[in-house]
Design a protein around this ligand. Sequence first.
Ligand code: SF4
Length: 366
Amino acid sequence: MKISFPHMGYSYIALKWLVENLGHECIVPPEPSKRTLDLGVRHAPEFACIPYKILMGTYLEVAEMGAELILSSGGRGPCRAGYYWVMHRYLLEELGLDVKLIAFEPPLNDLKGFFKTIHWLRKTGGRSVKEVLNALEVTWEKIKALDDLELCSHETRPYEVNRGDTTRALWKGLDMVDQANTLAELAEARHEGLRLLESVPRDNSRNPLKIGIIGEIYVVLEPAANHYIQIMLGEMGVHTDRSIYLSAYTRNNTIVNLEGDIKAMARPYLNADTIGGHGVNSVAETVLYAKHGFDGVVQLAPFACIPEIVAKGILPTISQEYGIPVLTIFIDEQTGKAGVQTRLEAFVDLLQRRRENKAKSERLAI
Ligand code: SF4
């Protein structure tokens, strides 16, 4: 069977390996482009948020490429994301496309359903249980390795002497992870990828600004949806830390997860877990970034995303209480790279001046 899935950051490398090792052919989804978005917009309700439109466009593109089955994700909580796959499936049927779409609900929600789908994929792919267990283990290790390399690239980029070196090293590392087929090969690929990133020529005398990236999961994780904001900021000499990675393992290495309970952190401002999406996280993580001495926070919010709109309403209070500037970038089909870059440059300028003024007043106070 020819199987595809949504494009989300670099996860396609691990998911491609999983599909192939379940005995199927993988149709690798193309990175979302203007065409993807145009297709999605044409077939989406106007009120739908950008992740819906990009996924719709991706599904139409992979259907053109011959996909027979698309594996998507469901969702829980009040956010409409949990229903999107149903609408996508309906539309694919209405367009008469010969492609099926099934959703994996989060395993914690429906463990039985999760393993039932895996079992079905195993049987149709002609793989043994042992082979599938090994495939799942290698896939998980690939996801962790991909996150490790990406995290390291964001730490390295603001120090790079030659613009673009980090991104080139990252691509080589990603390619090595892509080629790895066993746990031993994967460990070697991860090690070599990190070594390449660590050997990028650096100027350690720099003291980069630190910006936390928060917001809705899809636009945070998919660089093509957020106009490569972390690479853009890194090349402006800014250290970015983002709150969401695909593997909880790597997530635990990011600053905002050093302090356990996100809900407790958000509670003084938002005493409810009912807004769905990552709204509660956006509130809590802004507090955590402020507490960890970050210079600013950028919130990535799909236009018309209710959870992020609720968070945005609260962020000015946190910004004032903790003295941390927050920039919200709403993303929809009209958002262009040049516009995002101009806003980021102005924000970085503001943060730099704040830092200089603060240092000046500290010197005067001595
Ligand atoms: S969290 Fe926001 S952008 Fe994501 S699916 Fe829900 S409403 Fe849409």
